[in-house]
Design a protein. Structure first.
Length: 306
């Protein structure tokens, strides 16, 4: 197990380096001058040049990148160009808010997706199966911002059941959680349905039916566990995508998370905040994939992760 974890970490290093290079070069290629943003609109040319030197923006781009990576390894991402606070202070609580939103959305997606997939498999080719398949297709196709606006109009504006924006209580989490998790619930439902139907057609399942076991017991004890492997893969991948996809949902619901911070930082050319935020999401994605691989061994002992 230990050697497996070390190998995965080593394999992840090139991906993280690639992400850091792409983000660094992309932001430096965009129009605008970060030194001008820091110095202010009324700064003179001399003031802007002094700010540029103090930030190290006058150095060669390779030297800037190596300096950035060297500090990032130690957890030092510098200070925000806009607020003057350290980047760690700026993104700390926002990262936790994004994890809270993404975790709640994935929990919603897993519960709804697995239950819907099991119902589809149990009543395949019947009315309930067709209804869930149509709803899942709509869930996958509908853009997150459209779903969010519809939920806001119905449950906040018209019915007044749930708050519109913010994160003051758990009620504020419901609408963005459903918005972010709906498409993932639809994907999990379709994957679960396909895999469970295939599993229920296996010989050992027919043998279980022949022994007189009820359909519920056959599905839960024999079919469900063997059908979970591809679902775990989907959950692991989608959890990483939720962290990045939360940008739209956080913007729609004014959720103070990392995705919304990235949008604001790009608009203000706050390079340290954008770089640190994107790298943090990439590292989280790698950790989630590692945990997903380890979970394989718990669900199915036949999977070798040593």
């Amino acid at each position: 197990m230990f050697h497996f974890i070390i190998r995965r970490i080593i394999f992840a290093i090139p991906a993280l380096i690639g992400v850091s290079i792409v983000v660094f070069l992309m932001l430096h290629a965009t129009p605008g001058d970060p030194a001008q943003v820091v110095a202010g609109p009324e700064a003179t040319a001399a003031d802007i040049e002094n700010v540029r030197k103090s930030l190290g923006l006058d150095r060669p781009i390779v030297e800037q990148y190596l300096h950035f990576v060297g500090r990032a390894v130690t957890g030092d991402f510098g200070v925000s160009f806009k607020t003057g606070r350290t980047v760690v202070e700026e993104i700390g609580h926002r990262y936790l808010n994004t994890l809270q939103l993404a975790g709640a959305a994935m929990l919603f997606a897993v519960v709804v997706g697995i239950v819907s997939g099991v119902l589809c498999a149990a009543f395949k080719y019947r009315a309930l199966d067709n209804i869930i398949l149509v709803l899942s297709l709509i869930g996958i196709s509908a853009p997150a911002f459209f779903v969010g606006l519809v939920l806001m109009i119905v449950f906040s504006v018209q019915l007044g059941w749930l708050p519109l924006t913010g994160n003051d209580s758990w009620l504020h989490l419901i609408l963005p959680c459903v918005t972010l998790g709906l498409a993932n619930a639809a994907i999990i439902a379709r994957v679960m349905r396909a895999r469970l139907i295939e599993t229920l057609d296996s010989d050992y399942v027919r043998t279980a039916y022949a022994k007189g076991l009820s359909g519920f017991r056959v599905i839960t004890r024999h079919g469900l566990r063997n059908a979970l492997m591809p679902v775990i893969t989907v959950v692991g991948l989608q959890m990483g995508y939720l962290l990045g996809g939360a940008v739209i949902t956080e913007t729609v619901f004014s959720w103070p998370g990392l995705g919304r911070l990235i949008i604001q930082s790009i608009s203000s050319r706050d390079l340290p905040l954008v770089q640190a935020s994107v790298l943090l999401i990439a590292v989280t994605f790698v950790i989630i994939n590692l945990l997903t691989d380890l979970l394989y061994g718990l669900v199915d002992p036949r999977v070798e992760v040593a």
